[in-house]
Design a binder for this molecule. Structure first.
Ligand SMILES: [Zn+2]
Length: 171
């Protein structure tokens, strides 16, 4: 079911999200939450990922949009209780926005590569090594679980132009 994506100022975005007990991952409630997250993310043309606090649920789950992968059926799209195990030393300032901070953009310093461990929607533990956009996503989404928004870390923060917004909305 499509849920409202909450905006900066909503308390769920500033809370420390709770881990999901592994034995609850396959419960109806968590499976429904994951589906709601996929459905809600799919409504956003520029949305590459969504964390549960962004629909007001203080749990450590994020989902990644299938369109960012060449072969989404082979990739992990659901990350439950994710932990970043290691980060590369090299980092750079990257363009960033957030579905919960409409309509702002800025640059955030992110590490180029990360190794992440998480549980998938079947309750299986896995590890992924990521670089590029995916590494960037992992860092942005795990910040959400600590109540951190990209605004807190951004430089050159600005409002998007009407033209940029129109382009995203596909009008
Ligand atoms: Zn975000």
């Amino acid at each position: 079911m499509i849920k409202e994506i909450v905006q900066d100022g909503h308390p769920a975005l500033r809370a420390k999200a709770k881990e999901v007990p592994v034995e609850e991952i396959q419960s109806e409630a968590i499976q429904e939450l994951i589906q709601d997250m996929h459905d809600s993310l799919a409504t956003q043309r520029d949305g590459v990922a969504l964390a549960a606090p962004q629909i007001g649920v203080e749990k450590r789950i994020f989902v990644v949009a299938p369109f960012i992968f060449k072969h989404p059926e082979r990739e992990k799209l659901v990350y439950i209780n994710p932990r970043i195990l290691s980060k590369s030393r090299d980092a750079s300032w990257k363009h960033e926005g957030c579905l919960s901070c409409r309509w702002k953009v800025g640059e955030v310093k992110r590490n180029e590569e990360v190794e992440i461990e998480a549980y998938d929607e079947n309750g299986e533990k896995f590890r992924v090594h990521a670089d590029g956009l995916l590494a960037h996503i992992f860092q942005h989404e795990t910040d959400h679980f600590e109540g951190i928004l990209f605004l807190d870390k951004a430089r050159n923060l600005r409002d998007m132009t009407e033209e940029e917004i129109r382009e995203i909305q596909g009008e």
